[in-house]
Design a protein around this ligand. Structure first.
Ligand code: ADP
Ligand code: MG
Ligand code: ZN
Length: 607
């Protein structure tokens, strides 16, 4: 099977064969053709042709009693004719009297010169055969190569020199870089990890909106680690033929294991990793097979050998849960949209590639581009450079950047629904409503981070609270404090803008859930006390709660839930009213910084 057929041998056979064919052609077929192309005419036609001066060459064939001659026909080409030889003493005179000179010869006339006929009889056919031979042998070779490559992945091997990217090319994204740095360290020195017995996660999944630099980060990891880098896009697995995608996966991992330590990067993994079984009748067998093969390979390889799997997606929700199970892509690296500082440094990184007139205020540009991705910012720099050229400038100026913000953001506002300044303000006050209310209550988890950079999840901003320790028991006071915090966002909107927005939908849902559980399951309401009003059907399967009370009681439960929430809401309003100045002050700061840490927040609050 493995033996490669030598393509030279059949080629020689082919050439010898075609030479024989040409000889055969010249010896037998060509004369026959010539003969068939001989026109028989009567003697008077011959004489007429002579008179018209069309005859070129005449041969008197005394053996066959005929005259063979060539003449120019009406179309202007030279033809061969024969005519019966009539005893004609005048013939020679007639020929000499012809308008054009006639040659006499003793051999059968040919329409072409000997050189030409040699060319047409030998050289041209040989050239044609050689050309055809070359053509077919090339085709054969490429077909052979294809046949042998059948099922080979077209994974490209990138090494450092080829991606040429390092972490320095990725601005911002410090958390992602930190997480990836560990992978780089591991690839540099797998033994150090092996000595301790530490195993790295098999796969890390870069998750984030489009254009945030996921592909760039993966390339930077390869550049930093200086190991072979197999990169393939999910869509390349999806083949026309069933089974080919799976074969490609198999081959990719085979190659990778041979080259370990190395990185395998699957970009846009959602194209193969979509949830299985939700395709209905159009269920894509091919994709499913490919995904199954990928899962099998992931289970099969030993990360201690130094194969690190990276993947990127902007649709983590669409991924098959099997891919995210422990032992597969169990590490998730969020790659979020950049905040103000991030945007400034991305602009600076890309500005290095074009000539900038000093001095440029990148911060101003960054402030004008809230919600823009790294790709948008790179685009802005490029648009500015183009504009500078159009304006006949030698370097990019501030005004070019400002104008291109309009161009790029206008385009992207439509697709990303970026926030208007007014909306950003509302989001900022909303989030601070949560944060201040949380901080001013005794039973609330500390605020860790506040951001108004839109998230992958669709949230326009969030306030992250982190408990200091794992919580197993939650007191009634803590549950209520949680309610107050949840209503804090809406409360701030009401106080500042005198209106309410849809931004609180998720808060309301969460608050209702908590309040309801407090009343029906935790016995935390004064009205019902320790009475179970609801049971959970199956806590593991996300089961529904089933009411265990009469419908009159159910109506009262609803009232009780409502009361609880409005009490929380009032508490939140009161807290915010007491801290109005701080709210405005920190909101201004947040609007400028977009993301602030818990410490920054507390410092401002307690200042
Ligand atoms: P993704 O794969 O997340 O959709 P890419 O990695 O393809 O995004 O990024 C597209 C381009 O945007 C990059 O080539 C780079 O020029 C620019 N870019 C995105 N994020 C950054 C960043 N953090 N630093 C520098 N450039 C970035
Ligand atoms: Mg990408
Ligand atoms: Zn909220």
């Amino acid at each position: 099977m493995e033996e490669k057929p030598n393509p030279r041998r059949p080629l020689i056979v082919y050439y010898i064969g075609s030479l024989l064919l040409i000889m055969l052609f010249n010896a037998i077929v060509y004369p026959m053709l010539i003969r068939s192309r001989i026109n028989e005419v009567d003697y008077s036609t011959f004489l007429q042709l002579v008179e018209e001066g069309r005859v070129r060459e005449v041969q008197l064939d005394s053996v066959n009693q005929q005259i063979a001659f060539t003449a120019i026909d009406r179309a202007g080409s030279e033809q061969v004719y024969v005519t019966g030889a009539v005893p004609d003493p005048d013939l020679v005179n007639r020929l000499l009297a012809s308008k054009s000179p006639v040659r006499f010869s003793g051999v059968m006339p040919r329409p072409h010169s000997p050189l030409l006929s040699f060319l047409t009889n030998w050289i041209v056919p040989i050239l044609i055969f050689v050309g055809l031979g070359q053509f077919f042998s090339k085709q054969m070779q490429s077909r052979m190569r294809n046949a042998m490559a059948f099922g080979k992945s077209n994974a490209r091997v990138y090494v450092k020199a080829q991606t040429g990217k390092t972490f320095a090319d990725v601005a911002g994204q410090d958390e992602a870089k930190e997480a990836l740095q560990e992978i780089v360290d591991f690839l540099h020195d797998p033994e150090r990890y092996a000595e301790i017995g530490a195993t790295l996660p098999k796969g890390a999944l870069l998750v984030g909106p489009p254009g945030t630099g996921k592909t760039l980060l993966a390339q930077a990891v390869a550049g930093e680690a200086n190991v072979p880098f197999f990169s393939i896009s999910g869509s390349e697995f999806v083949e026309m033929f069933v089974g080919l995608g799976a074969a490609k996966v198999r081959d990719l991992f085979k190659q990778a294991t041979e080259k370990a330590p190395c990185i395998v990067f699957i970009d846009e993994i959602d194209t193969i990793g979509k949830k299985r079984g939700d395709g209905g009748f159009t269920g894509n067998d091919e994709r499913e097979q490919t995904l199954n093969q990928l899962l099998t390979e992931m289970d099969g390889f030993d990360s201690r050998k130094g194969v690190v799997l990276l993947a990127a997606t902007n649709r983590p929700d669409a991924l098959d849960p099997a891919l995210l199970r422990p032992g597969r892509f169990d590490r998730r690296i969020p790659v979020e949209l950049p905040d103000l500082a991030g945007r400034i440094s991305i602009l600076e990184v890309h500005a290095k590639k074009v000539r900038m007139a000093e001095p440029i205020d990148f911060a101003a540009i960054a402030r004008a581009t809230a919600g823009a991705s790294g790709a948008d910012l790179a685009n802005i720099i490029n648009e500015a450079a183009l504009r500078a050229v159009r304006m006949g400038r030698k370097a990019v100026q501030q005004i070019d950047l400002e104008e291109s913000v309009e161009v790029v953001i206008a385009g992207y506002q439509r697709k990303n629904a970026a926030l208007s300044p007014k909306e950003r303000q509302m989001v900022a006050y909303h989030e601070l409503g949560h944060a201040i209310v949380a901080a001013k209550q005794g039973h609330s988890a500390p605020v860790h981070k506040i951001t108004i950079v839109p998230r992958t999840s669709g949230a326009l901003g969030y306030t992250l609270q982190i408990e200091e320790a794992d919580r197993h028991l939650i007191s009634k006071e803590e549950a209520f404090a949680r309610l107050v915090t949840l209503t804090g966002g809406r409360a701030a909107e009401e106080l500042i803008f005198n209106t309410v927005t849809t931004g609180a939908a998720n808060d309301i849902e969460q608050a209702t859930g908590i309040a309801r559980a407090m009343v029906t399951r935790y016995g935390m309401s004064d009205r019902f006390g320790m009475m179970a009003l609801e049971t959970q059907t199956n806590p593991y399967l996300n089961g529904n709660n089933v009411l265990t009370c009469s419908s009159e009681t159910a109506a009262q439960v609803d009232l009780e839930v409502m009361k609880l929430i409005s009490k929380a809401h009032e508490t939140a309003i009161a807290i915010l009213k007491d801290n109005m100045e701080k709210l405005h002050e920190i909101a201004t700061y947040l609007l400028e910084k977009e993301t602030i840490s818990g410490e920054e927040f507390l410092q401002l609050l307690n200042a």
